[in-house]
Ligand binder design. Sequence first.
Ligand code: AMP
Ligand code: MG
Length: 332
Amino acid sequence: MRPGFKKAAIYAAVISAAIGAEIAILHLCFDREDEEAPQAMCWPVMGTVAQMTSRKHVDELEFGELYARVQASYSRVEKLLSAWNPESELSRLSAAGCTNWTEAASPEVRPCYKAALRLAEESGGAFNPRIGEKLRALGMGRGRYSRFDLGAIAKGFAVDMAAEEVERAMGGRYFSFLLDLGGNLRAVGAGEWRTGVRNPFRGVDASQPDICAVIMLLGGESVATSGNYERFVEKDGKRLSHILDGRTGEHVSGIAGVTVVTPREYGATLADGLSTTLFVMGPEAGAAFLKRFYPLALALWIPDDPASPRIIVTPDMAYRLERIEWPAEKTR
Ligand code: AMP
Ligand code: MG
């Protein structure tokens, strides 16, 4: 591990320990060997850990300024979209009995509501932001203040907002940043990044590899992971996924993790929303859904079967995997 990353990884571990188990660091990132030592910053926000990495060395002062912008941008989104803060705009709209969310929300976060409602419609309700009530009824909503829940898409949206800030500040210069907000990553600027998909079974079997696949991420692309292993609820000794089928309100079972890569035109918002949607749909219906609505997205599913670990990938995702520890099947 390069020095910058080591430092960032230590910060991440300390922050995770400090803010508890509700955290998902689902990706590990690797720098390419031939690059300069990267600069990295790590901090807690939106109930998870944010990390910002610059591959090409940026002047310390400028890096600090960029970091402040990204940090402010995440905090703004959190203030507007958090379901956990009774003072957030989302919670206040919910308390006021809002029904037309897109109209009522502040202009800067409207695209997030729009993307969520569009995904809900396209997915036939598999993705369902109106699930807040149900989450509360299942005991997963303690401290939740909103009927409308953007937890499956707001982090990706925040990453897109921050990416815009970085792009604006850097202008036409060469730059290569990686933004990570709790497993929602976006490569900003030029250059490729390699990102490792965490092995979801590592917790139950320490002899398993830490990373089960390495994905190549191109400049402008985003990647998001939804997993049932870092966040879950326990009932009668059974681990239940924190993702519900939006059509039935049941906990989703059978999938341990889903990773989605999206191009620049879809952004991190859709990578985040899609990873949750495809977790609910599973590989077969999920691949058909992508073909119809999001043909440029790539996806990978890990069935929840620790006895015979394998990966199911869409045909285009197969080309992005640099290393796979397990047998891979392709969807149609
Ligand atoms: P993610 O980690 O991005 O997959 O988001 C998971 C979070 O989204 C959960 O913790 C819930 O707050 C919320 N959620 C769970 N099930 C759904 C669903 N079917 N549609 C939309 N949001 C959901
Ligand atoms: Mg998501």
